[in-house]
Design a protein around this ligand. Structure first.
Ligand code: CA
Length: 232
């Protein structure tokens, strides 16, 4: 298997080099970018398997960069770990709201960094277009845009399919309606948050016929979560 390719976006050179060194030593291939603009052109040149994005960048902030990457259909599945000196819980939430998949507070050890990178790569495995994702009885075939439950086809509309695909790629995490709008519908379309509830209802109704509707869970006051486990 070829080495996984990590793009490191950080303007402070000593920190960037320290990160790159640690990752290379762990067997990763590393590209470096010093600001959002060079990160964007690096992305066009070659898509990495994962990105490390520093919050504080000299041009657009790392948060804005992450947001824009997660808004675009071609790059929204790209795993991103946000790096920051801010340890505050509110900032962590903002980082994750912006679409980062994980969060690492400076200072961190190379070992911690490598562990988090590996963990996120494992979580994202199977997230590549064309692969199949499984959750409980459900199998989603991304190449064929097909879903089945115990081998029986589950017929979904395009929005319900995209919603289920997003949920199955990010299980066991709660997403607010706003986050779902951003991540599933994309940032360009204006859709009311209530629309989410309509599509969730439709999705559940179809899944109900296959006894899988319990995977789509309402988290009171927060949003929705997809999980194989049913909390009591
Ligand atoms: Ca920085």
């Amino acid at each position: 298997m070829s080495a996984k390719h990590i793009l490191v976006v950080e303007d402070e050179r000593p920190i960037r080099e320290m990160i790159a060194f640690g990752l290379k030593r762990a067997g990763f291939e590393v590209s470096e970018a010093e600001d959002s603009r060079s990160a964007r052109s690096a992305l066009v040149d070659r898509r990495p398997d994962l990105m490390l994005v520093d919050w504080m960048l000299p041009d657009t902030s790392g948060l804005e960069l992450t947001r824009s990457i997660k808004r675009e259909r071609e790059t929204r599945d790209l795993p991103i770990i946000m790096l920051t000196a801010r340890a505050a819980e509110a900032d962590k939430v903002t980082g994750l709201d912006g679409g980062a998949d994980d969060y690492l507070t400076k200072p961190f050890s190379p070992r911690e960094l490598v562990a988090r990178v590996n963990a996120l790569l494992r979580r994202s495995a199977g997230a590549g277009v064309g692969e199949a994702i499984r959750l409980g009885k459900l199998l989603l075939d991304r190449a064929g845009h097909r879903v089945s439950s115990d081998g029986v086809p589950v017929v979904l509309g395009p929005t319900e399919y995209r919603l289920l695909e997003f949920f199955m790629l990010h299980p066991d995490r709660v997403y607010s309606r706003e986050q779902l709008l951003d991540r599933v519908w994309g940032g360009n379309v204006y859709v009311e948050e209530r629309t989410i509830d309509v599509h969730i209802r439709r999705l559940r109704k179809v899944l109900e016929a296959h006894e899988c509707d319990q995977y789509i869970q309402t988290v009171r006051g927060s949003g929705y979560r997809c999980s194989e486990r049913v909390d009591t």
